[in-house]
Design a protein around this ligand. Structure first.
Ligand code: BES
Ligand code: ZN
Length: 844
């Protein structure tokens, strides 16, 4: 389909009156929606999906209408262009798809309960009420909701409730906004509220399955994030309240509905007495991400879905800017370096990857836009580049003008570049377009040729790639003044190397701070110079060094074996980032060894050597006054020593288990997962297994649940694996929102892999029926490809997925994933011997 059908071209709504009567018992929704707006022709198109439309009226007259399910719409004969008010009466069903209006299921004290919530992004508002369901079609909304209400229940929406009459809850008229940001929810909820300096009411809401103090952390972060953004954006938060609501069933991670942000429970609620620092950082950044959208996305919205990157990349950058400002001790940009950056650099190196900006011609393509490593992580990196080019003063001025110019309206990427360009006198659009419109990124080769320091750029690929001669405008961030600020040519010569080296007194480096989206390949002279001075490098530079070398090795540009001897240089580092990078490389070595082989023994010895002193230094119990780096490093080294089968580590974990047997949730969240996993792996029994699975069912604590999942999926007992896989389709045990994590866990377990792989192939249809409409669907393929590394699995992977290539929304993912597994299999074949030799050497 080539013609873009925007319904907005036929009908421009101004105002909606939405009445909904929702019955949880019968799962029936009866609705009446009145839309006033301007018809642009005598026949208008309105979105609906799964709505049973009974009548369409205007001025008391019935109008004829025609449904078009293929295009999620219906057409109404309005007679002539001009202002019109349509009243549509319809009915619909509550579904269990986590889209539209849907129930979440939970239990309190053994009683089964439901909370009703909504998820309308991207195109699910049309399942709740007839509408022109496109981001550009902004309007105001009056919402009125009736439901089978029980005493004490709470109902929430974008705006405050203004009155209740005959069991109908009426909410205040919204500001001008897009349909995908409408939200409401009701159920038996608890809450905590506070008020920002500027008078915005902030609240956190959750079911009563949680302890009240689990809401405190989120409330504090939400309040301070809003205060931060009001100041940073120089633009007030425009609504009376900002509610954060945790829903027990949620398909995405969180959703920025204006004034009523919804979250997975795991991303909002935190036990203040027992939560690891990395989990707090994660929850804080999710909250600040969604709150960044209240302006960037909600107040000013992308005109069409092709600029979705604009929403998400921006929020992804701002989540770090905000948390770094309100919790400076966390150094949260380090988290960006260990999560977003490697994700973007790996994914973006595969030929066939999408560019950040992608044209969306067919509305059916909208959901396949969401390659998070690109749209979120690479996009955020691009904006981080912009931020470091502009500086915060110009960025803020530009943003303020951008909000002022487009508030309650829509914008395109180019509008942002224009605003930032004006504030900074830089041609931001020109620099950014090379990153935005082209897939991939460059490797900059730095070498000394005939005594001259020279740079060249070329697209970097992991696996086969067609070199199309792409070039980027690269902010080099060198520590040598001789390097240009922006490197846009193919090659550049910086001058006599010896002289430059002498003048500067330090090794030559590029991309200092690792904020530009490229990697560096130094020649031997330059690399050895850096390595000889490695202790002078800050933590980000240490991570970057190992990360770039690893990527170059994955891309076949240097031998993997050559990195192995470098690991011990970092093993005793007190920097979390150095350890993160070190163990990322080390864990990547596991693919080169056959399970239960002599090679694996050697790798375990190496892990032991790398981790032993650190485990000794840090211990199993977090100390009150220890540094953030120590807290964040502990999991890496403990995990390594358990992989190494270090007898002391196994015994320590077992002792902790025994001591906390009766209240496993109370084990320190910093080490709980290792204790549980160790128990299942080394002291497991069916009884333990059943007991943990039952605790999984019972607990409402998402981080405890995640730890139990990690433990159970690692069982070496094939009959228990079978028992687990048999639960995959039992929503009473494993919610569909959590299934991918279970699947991945079993697949990554050598003793479970066959069962998980058989399951997904046999029950693909069930999976498609259950999560098929969801963006998460394609990521079941991604995680499978992330695990496989043998020729046998590659062949099976192709055999199963190649016939699915024509499936809409899966084509690109399958193509890329086949390439990813092929590349890994070849890497292992080519380098296995050399790597294992280097491991044996390094383990000595
Ligand atoms: N707007 C998105 C969620 C979304 C995206 C819903 C596309 C439906 C379609 C939200 O702001 C978001 O980015 N959520 C993230 C969590 C986040 C903090 C990175 C998610 O859901 O993964
Ligand atoms: Zn977002």
């Amino acid at each position: 389909m080539s013609k873009v059908t925007h319904f907005y071209e036929t009908f421009q709504p101004e105002h909606y009156d939405i009445y909904l009567d929702i019955n949880r018992g019968t799962k029936e929704i009866n609705g009446k929606t009145t839309i006033s707006g301007e018809a642009k022709s005598d026949r208008v198109s309105i979105h609906q999906k799964y709505l049973d439309i009974q009548s369409v009226e205007s001025d008391g007259k019935q109008l004829s209408f025609e449904k078009d399910d293929a295009n999620d719409g219906f057409y109404v004969e309005v007679g002539q262009p001009g202002n019109v008010t349509l009243t549509i009466t319809y009915s619909a069903k509550l579904t269990d798809t986590m889209m539209g209006i849907y129930p979440s299921y939970y239990e309190v004290d053994g009683e089964k309960k439901q909370v009703i919530g909504t998820q309308f992004e991207t195109t699910f508002a049309r399942q709740a009420f007839p509408s022109v369901d496109e981001p550009e079609a902004k309007a105001t909304f009056d919402l009125a909701i009736k439901f089978d209400e029980q005493p004490g229940e709470t109902i929430l929406a974008n705006m405050p409730e203004v009155r209740e009459e005959n069991g109908v809850h009426y909410f205040d008229t919204t500001v001008r906004m897009s349909t995908y940001l409408i939200a409401f929810a009701f159920g038996d909820l608890q809450s905590k509220t506070t008020t920002t300096k500027s008078g915005v009411k902030v609240g956190v809401f959750a079911t009563k399955a949680h302890k009240a103090n689990e809401l405190d952390f989120a409330l504090d972060i939400a309040k301070r994030s809003i205060e931060f953004y009001e100041d940073f954006y120089q633009t007030p938060y425009p609504l009376p309240h900002s509610w954060q609501l945790a829903l027990p069933d949620f398909s995405a991670g969180a959703m920025e509905n204006w004034g009523l942000v919804t979250y997975r429970e795991a991303y909002l609620l935190i036990d203040p007495d027992n939560t690891a620092l990395d989990n707090k950082q994660l929850v804080a950044t999710v909250i600040s991400h969604e709150l960044a959208h209240q302006w960037f996305g909600d107040l000013v919205t992308m005109k069409w879905w092709d600029d979705l990157w604009l929403n998400e990349s921006f929020a992804n950058m701002m989540e770090y800017v905000a948390i770094d400002a309100i919790e400076p001790d966390w150094n949260v940009w380090e988290l960006f370096q260990t999560t977003d950056v490697p994700g973007a650099l790996s994914r973006d190196a595969t030929d066939g990857v999408q560019s950040v900006h992608v044209a969306v011609n067919d509305p059916a393509e909208i959901d396949s836009l969401f390659d998070s490593a690109i749209v979120y992580a690479k996009g955020a990196r691009m904006l981080v580049m912009v931020r470091s080019l502009l500086g915060d003063d110009a960025l803020r001025t530009g943003l303020k003008n951008y909000f002022a110019a487009h508030k309650y309206n829509n914008a395109k990427g180019s509008d942002l570049w224009d605003a930032l360009g004006e504030a900074s006198n830089l041609n931001v659009g020109e620099i950014m377009n090379s990153w935005l419109e082209q897939p991939g990124y460059p490797v900059v080769e730095a070498k000394v040729v005939d005594g001259k320091l020279t740079l060249s750029q070329q697209q970097f690929f992991i696996g086969e790639g067609e070199d199309k001669g792409r070039q980027w405008q690269i902010p080099l961030n060198s520590n040598y003044d001789a390097a240009p600020e922006i490197f846009a040519d193919k090659t550049v010569e910086l001058g006599e190397y010896d002289q430059l080296r002498k003048d500067s007194g330090k090794p030559f480096r590029l991309n200092v701070g690792n904020n530009s989206h490229f990697i560096v390949k130094y020649d031997e002279t330059l690399l050895n110079d850096i390595l000889a001075n490695v202790d002078d490098l800050d933590s980000i530079s240490q991570l970057q060094l190992l990360q770039d070398l690893r990527l170059l090795a994955e891309g076949g540009q240097l031998s993997y074996a050559s990195i192995v001897p470098l690991l011990s240089k970092f093993a005793d580092s007190h920097y979390n980032l150095a350890n993160a990078a070190l163990y990322q490389v080390a864990n990547n070595l596991k693919k080169f060894v056959t399970p239960d082989s002599d090679e694996e023994d050697k790798l375990q010895q190496l892990f032991d050597k790398l981790s032993a002193d650190q485990v000794e230094r840090l211990g199993w119990t977090p100390k009150d006054d220890e540094s953030n780096d120590d807290q964040l490093t502990r999991p890496y080294v403990i995990s390594a020593s358990l992989y190494a089968k270090n007898p002391d580590a196994i015994a320590s974990a077992h002792t902790l288990f025994e001591a906390n047997k009766d209240d496993l949730a109370s084990l320190s969240a910093d080490v709980r997962v290792f204790v549980l996993r160790n128990e299942v792996k080394n002291f497991g029994s069916e009884e333990l297994f059943d007991n943990l699975l039952e605790q999984y069912r019972q607990t409402a604590d998402a981080s405890f649940k995640a730890d139990i999942r990690a433990a159970l999926t690692s069982t070496p007992d094939k009959s228990l694996v079978a028992k687990l896989v048999a639960k995959f389709e039992d929503a009473g045990t494993i919610k569909p929102q959590d299934l991918r994590g279970w699947y991945r866990g079993v697949l990554a377990n050598n003793d479970g892999q066959q069962a998980a792989w058989d399951w997904i192939r046999n029950d693909w249809q069930w999976l498609e029926d259950t999560v098929g409409g969801d963006m998460e669907f394609a990521t079941f393929i991604t995680v499978t490809a992330g695990v496989f590394h043998t020729p046998e699995r590659l062949a099976e992977f192709k055999e199963f997925f190649e016939p699915k290539l024509p499936t809409p929304g899966l084509t690109r993912e399958i193509k890329m994933d086949i390439k990813i597994v092929e590349t890994r299999v070849k890497l292992v074949e080519d380098e296995k011997d050399a790597v294992n030799k280097a491991v044996a050497e390094a383990a000595k």
